[in-house]
Design a protein around this ligand. Structure first.
Ligand code: CTP
Ligand code: CA
Length: 228
């Protein structure tokens, strides 16, 4: 249940959210992927819709259900995710919560790779995927007014988040510690820090739904400020 049920603080706003992992094929039966349940991104899409926004959710493969009242575009790979996000522009806000695979296999095999009877395992050549957040954050013509990224880190949280903020042209980075001991990965709760060029604030441990609701309030407050 979303906390924001009354005030439609995002009424009339168009929001794009990415969520889930991407799957990068190795062959027809195997893929490379990041760990992501899609819970945080889907909760954000749900909270934006509850706040009156027109929401497009671009999601990689997840088992959580499609949120009600949201246009959901299902994709598999990072390239497809970028294409779907660009096709959904213009938007007022973009929230990139997907755990995008950083690399894909240079040339995925159309046939299942077989284990050789003797000999070494295959060596996969990887190439870098497009950076969806950076592409949108640095878009020359259709940059949304507010671009929000995530940074899931096990070490040097603040330093990494600040460098991602600058490198990708984001307005906020929602940074979280995903060290195994935190239980964030795949779990219900999250402890995040909102990192902006003007400073950062640590939010207490709360559910991913509460993080989503608070983020919506934060986004609405930023949009309501006159453009500088
Ligand atoms: N992201 C993206 N496209 C990519 C990689 C990342 O849109 N190809 C976005 C994520 O959705 C997230 C932010 O960028 O909002 C940070 O992702 P992260 O994996 O932490 O950043 P990277 O630049 O890939 O750095 P790292 O080496 O730490 O993985
Ligand atoms: Ca990455």
């Amino acid at each position: 249940p979303a906390l924001i049920s009354g005030p439609k603080v995002l009424a009339g706003r168009r929001v794009i959210v990415t969520s889930g992992p991407t799957h990068e094929p190795i062959d027809p039966v195997r893929y490379l992927a990041n760990r992501s349940s899609g819970r945080q991104g889907h909760a954000i899409a749900t909270a934006c819709a509850a706040a009156g926004a027109d929401v497009t959710l671009v999601s990689g493969p997840v088992t959580v259900p499609d949120p009600a009242g949201v246009r959901t575009i299902a994709v598999e790979t990072a390239s497809q995710m970028l294409e779907a996000v660009e096709a959904s522009l213009p938007a007022d806000v973009a929230v990139m919560a997907a755990a995008v695979a950083d690399w894909r296999v240079a040339s995925a095999s159309e046939r299942k790779l077989k284990k050789p009877a003797d000999g070494a395992p295959p060596v996969l050549e990887l190439v870098e995927n497009p950076d969806i957040l950076a592409t949108i954050g640095r878009h020359h013509t259709l940059r949304p007014r507010l671009v929000v990224g995530f940074a899931a880190e096990t070490d040097d949280l603040l330093e990494n988040a600040l460098s991602k903020l600058a490198r990708k042209g984001a307005d906020f980075i929602v940074a979280n510690d995903v060290s195994p001991a935190t239980g964030v990965m795949g779990g219900e709760a999250n402890t995040v820090r909102i990192v902006t060029p003007d400073g950062n604030e640590e939010w207490p441990k709360m559910s991913k739904i509460e993080v989503a609701d608070r983020l919506v309030a934060r986004i609405a407050a930023s949009l309501d400020k006159p453009e500088s």
